[in-house]
Design a protein around this ligand. Structure first.
Ligand SMILES: [Zn+2]
Length: 1035
């Protein structure tokens, strides 16, 4: 999206979009299979070009840096970068953007852009163009004939068409998880490598539109082999200082405490905080600037004025940047649909600007690319400044903090996180069960990988798209999930049977258990639950299955009875309009699947009175004569007898007690008219409360206490639309808080932003900590920015940061840490000392005038307002022990066990004769600090494997030490015979990765870990926070 564009929505009919989506899914999978559509009308053009001597397959040294025009010494070289910024969904769906459909919303058609650019590039070897979003390029490539493909390969081989970034999309940086970020880049890189080889490998990252920039993104990009990163949006105050100090470009240290220089990345902020051309130089069909009118005999001759303006703009920009190289981004959103118009004017501009050199001008304009610009910067022999924090939050004006989208579309954010969990599990099952081409798993997995790829876009998971586009993203995920459920079934057909015995019953899936809805468990009296654990260590977790009966027998994989509890489904859950279920109860029991393996449990209805008695949950409502203690072996929570609110938490093992008050509050959204900065409204991007106070929600507080043999719960009704269930499971070392929020009322014509608020007496001195994309932790300080003196104009919103997986506060004196983990990305802060708040849901009645053209007003299936349900996990511990607890829990949350179900038509003894009830894909578990980040199909008989050390240095006395894993003898179904280490994006051998070296001031004490080669016995060593990527051959 572009900051100041204005588009208004005219919603297409849902049925039409359904049709489009289905058509696209049929079309999308054929590129690597070589399907070629009909010849386009201009195919003869490309044939003629080749007859004229254009040699597309000519393998030259002209791609990459060798193809660069580096300008003229002694002059200011202005690198003109023709580009288009193509959102993979925003105001229109990704398919509508590709074809140019639904143009009443926004005129944009990516297919025409690529048609037009390729033709223009073919006519002139001096011209350059960059392309970024592979989700679009892939669709376009798929529709080209052979001559066109050969022609385009030639353009790429000669550096005339260059891929920059090369991810499936340009992902959001605030609400994305590192697992999905790495995957979406791998998806794009892999296509480019397959089709274009090394000349298709992007050298530079390009995050020109995302609204704030995470440090982890810089670290990941560096590990993917990039030499540079460019973005446009940084805080207006930060930019002002950097422009003045010539610090618009720097070396960003992505992991200064852990990975050292391997995560350092040359980074540039684009001029004017903008990725379009300077004013007066926009020559797209969508622009209104005058063309270069260069016939002196005609009226309106303007060359002299344009050259003068060019030189003045150059001098202005030169004051802000080091070296005599400047970059101008010549293009913007969906531009270059008529490439000729842009290029014709650029050709003239270059000619007339450079003609002034004869008169002593020291400015040289040239066609270039971001990578050539980076190379020129690198050759300039300059010592660069460094940065070690991140670029959050982003404000474009004093009351315009882009911190609302950290939470916008909370349900979609939750769905994207869960889908990543499922996708990783299915990729593993595909490998472990050795599915072959007959199973078609590659195509099914690709569908979900690509749906996840577009969902990471900066107008997708960010929640800043129009409503019909949000539905489209969710539909793509849902279709991919359905296809991958078939892969799970195919995998279990191979893994469940013993000795090629009968095909096991069909596995069925329940994706709506979060609202206590599941056709299988609520309709069948006897069923199996097979739980797959995608983590390389055994885990134990709790299942809650909606059922109709009031007592069940549960048998574990070893044939022994498993204790179970029946918990009534709450009135609140039953009232969720999307829920269509006869279930009145939830069956709760404990499951323990082995590492990278499954365990099957057997559930059958049991009408015996003694079972019923044992499994029942006792309920008490509002019967507090004294404070209520919710307690298990490790934790005690005290609820106040008068207010019903939580007021104290104790870690019983460590004897740590803190006052802890929890409640829900809401900010009232500022309803501005956006006419100027002070009237900026709260909207999909912007969080702007009307004042600094959040209003508590505790009218009609009703509290219910529930207790059984496995779980104890406190149900709180804060209002008719805000409820909370606080759970302590037997043996758990964390508290589970399941919140249900919505429909947020708007009958008072006020938008609302709802927070979950924790207040303690911890002395925190304005300091709190948040994770970066689910990996390293950054320290935050209220009303403070590490690299400039902040003038704080929004005391709440200006202190909000993304929380991808956790936020915590510490009292160093008391040696106490309170950590809250979440199940999706959210925004949050510590607005008062000792307090934490996390925004869970928001509903606005005003558009914030930053392009989306709709208020963020999700209405749900009944049109009354969307209800969102999610979970927070609360941990209280001493500081030293907290790392181990939150790292371990975070891994289990984003890689939770995946249950599937089948109709049970035989008894346990018959089942175990035919099927495995417990199976692990690993011969021994992984070390406690190693995460199996990736296990998926690669090429031929090879598999892509990523191992990650998921602790930071110093976080834990034991687990922060280096870890060693031997790939030999690791897996049960196969062995690894050889391994080649790749870069993080898996598009280059690590041994071949030679990044540009930069001069910058760095602390000598900064660690730089040494990459240890793979041992003879395929042992791999991992340093804290290190991810190592291998292409492994299976024996
Ligand atoms: Zn964009």
């Amino acid at each position: 999206m572009y900051q100041y564009s204005q588009h208004y929505m005219l919603c297409a009919s849902a049925s039409r979009m359904l049709l489009m989506c289905c058509l696209s899914l049929l079309a999308v999978h054929c590129v690597l299979l070589g399907t070629i559509s009909a010849l386009p009308a201009d195919a003869s053009f490309y044939k003629q070009q080749m007859l004229n001597g254009f040699h597309p397959q000519q393998k030259t040294d002209t791609c990459g840096y060798k193809s660069c025009n580096l300008g003229k010494d002694g002059m200011i070289n202005v690198h003109l970068v023709p580009h288009t910024h193509d959102d993979v969904g925003w105001l229109k769906t990704v398919d509508q953007y590709f074809y140019g459909a639904n143009n009443t919303i926004q005129h944009a058609g990516v297919q025409y852009i690529l048609d037009s650019v390729v033709e223009a590039l073919g006519k002139d070897p001096n011209k350059r163009f960059i392309y970024v979003e592979i989700a679009f390029f892939y669709r376009w490539w798929n529709e080209q004939d052979d001559p066109t493909r050969h022609f385009v390969k030639g353009l790429v081989n000669q550096g005339r068409l260059e891929f920059i970034l090369g991810g499936w999309c340009m992902n959001d940086e605030a609400s994305t998880h590192y697992n999905a970020i790495i995957d979406q880049h791998t998806e794009g890189f892999r296509f480019l490598e397959t089709v274009f080889g090394d000349c298709g490998r992007p050298r530079v990252a390009w995050q020109i539109d995302p609204f704030g920039h995470s440090r982890e993104m810089a670290s990941l990009f560096a590990q993917m082999g990039f030499d540079g990163l460019y973005f446009a949006r940084l805080d207006y105050q930060d930019r002002a200082v950097r422009e003045k100090d010539k610090r618009m470009e720097m070396v960003w240290r992505g992991s200064p405490q852990n990975l050292g220089t391997v995560a350092d990345l040359f980074t540039g902020a684009l001029a004017r905080g903008n990725y379009g051309p300077p004013g007066g130089f926009c020559w797209d069909v969508h622009c209104n600037d005058n063309p270069v009118q260069d016939d002196k005999r005609l009226h309106d001759y303007n060359v002299d004025d344009l050259v003068k303006k060019f030189l003045a703009t150059t001098q202005e920009q030169a004051k802000q940047y080091q070296t005599n190289h400047l970059m101008w981004t010549m293009g913007s959103d969906f531009q270059f649909e008529s490439a000729h118009q842009w290029y014709k004017n650029l050709d003239k501009l270059i000619t007339y600007v450079n003609a002034q050199q004869a008169n002593g001008s020291k400015v040289n304009a040239l066609y270039s690319t971001p990578s050539c610009y980076t190379y020129a910067k690198n050759l300039a022999n300059v010592t660069w400044t460094t940065k070690e924090d991140d670029f959050f939050p982003y404000a474009h004006v004093d009351h315009g903090f882009w911190t609302g989208y950290f939470t916008s579309r909370a349900a979609l954010k939750g769905y994207v996180r869960w889908t990543n969990n499922f996708l990783q599990g299915v990729k593993q099952l595909d490998i472990l069960s050795k599915l072959d081409t007959m199973d078609n798993s590659e195509i099914k997995l690709r569908t979900l990988r690509q749906a996840m790829g577009v969902a990471q876009h900066h107008d997708a998971v960010s929640g800043t798209e129009k409503q019909h586009v949000a539905y489209d993203y969710a539909m793509r995920l849902s279709e991919g999930i359905s296809m991958c459920q078939e892969v799970v079934n195919d995998a279990y057909k191979k893994l469940l049977p013993k000795n090629n015995s009968a095909t096991p019953p069909v596995q069925m899936f329940c994706t709506l258990t979060n609202i206590s809805m599941c056709n299988v468990t609520e309709l069948l009296k006897r069923f199996t639950v097979t739980v797959y654990n995608p983590i390389g260590r055994p885990v134990t977790t709790w299942l809650r299955l909606p059922v109709q009966g009031s007592a069940y027998t549960v048998i574990g994989p070893d044939g022994k009875n498993v204790p179970a509890q029946i918990v009534p489904v709450s009135k609140r859950t039953k009232s969720i309009p999307e829920r269509k279920s006869p279930a009145n109860y939830e069956l709760v029991f404990h499951v323990s699947p082995p590492p990278l393996g499954f365990a099957t449990y057997f559930v059958s209805y049991n009408s015996a009175l003694e079972v019923f008695k044992q499994q029942q949950t006792q309920e008490k409502e509002n019967v507090f004569y004294q404070d209520m203690d919710l307690r298990n072996e490790h934790i005690s929570l005290i609820f106040d007898q008068t207010t019903g609110l939580l007021k104290q938490m104790t870690n019983l093992d460590k004897q740590i007690t803190i006052p802890l008050q929890h409640e829900f509050k809401y900010y009232q959204s500022f309803a501005g008219n956006n006419s100027k900065g002070i009237y900026e409204a709260s909207g999909a991007y912007i969080f702007r409360p009307n004042g600094t106070d959040a209003y508590p929600l505790k009218t009609n507080m009703v509290t219910k206490f529930m207790q059984g043999i496995l779980v104890k719960e406190v149900h709180q009704t804060f209002s008719s639309w805000t409820t909370l269930v606080t759970r302590l499971y037997q043996g758990a070392r964390h508290v589970e808080m399941e919140w249900t929020v919505g429909p947020i009322p708007i009958d008072d014509n006020q938008g609302k932003e709802v927070i979950s608020h924790f207040a303690t007496d911890l002395k925190t001195n304005g300091i709190f900590y948040t994770d970066s994309n689910g990996r390293e932790i950054l320290q935050r300080k209220r009303n403070f920015r590490p690299t400039w003196k902040l003038n704080q104009t929004e005391p709440v919103s200006g202190n909000y940061y993304p929380i991808n997986s956790r936020i915590y506060i510490r009292d160093e004196t008391k040696n106490v840490q309170l950590t809250v983990l979440n199940d999706r990305s959210q925004g949050g802060s510590s607005i008062q000392d000792g307090c934490l708040e996390i925004m869970v849901h928001r509903r606005n009645l005003h558009d914030d005038s930053l392009g989306v053209g709709e208020p963020l007003n999700e209405t749900g299936s009944d049109g009354k307002g969307l209800i969102v349900r999610g979970k927070h996990y609360l941990v209280l511990d001493d500081i030293k022990s907290s790392g181990r607890v939150h790292r371990d829990l975070a891994e289990q949350l984003f890689m939770a066990p995946l249950p599937s179900f089948s109709d049970l038509k035989m008894d346990f003894q018959q089942w175990i004769k035919q099927y495995n009830t417990m199976w692990s894909g690993l011969k021994q578990k992984l070390p406690d600090n190693v995460h199996l980040l990736t296990l998926e199909q690669w090429s031929g008989t090879t598999v892509l494997l990523r191992l990650e050390h998921f602790y930071e240095k110093g976080e834990d006395d034991v687990l922060s030490k280096p870890a060693v894993v031997s790939l030999k003898g690791l897996f049960t179904p196969f062995d690894v015979s050889s391994a080649v280490e790749l870069n993080l994006g898996a598009n280059q051998k690590l041994a071949d990765m030679k990044r540009l070296k930069w001069m910058y001031k760095t602390q000598l004490s900064t660690p730089e870990h040494v990459v240890t080669p793979i041992g003879d016995d395929l042992t791999v060593q991992l340093q804290p926070m290190q991810i190592r990527t291998f292409q492994v051959t299976l024996a």
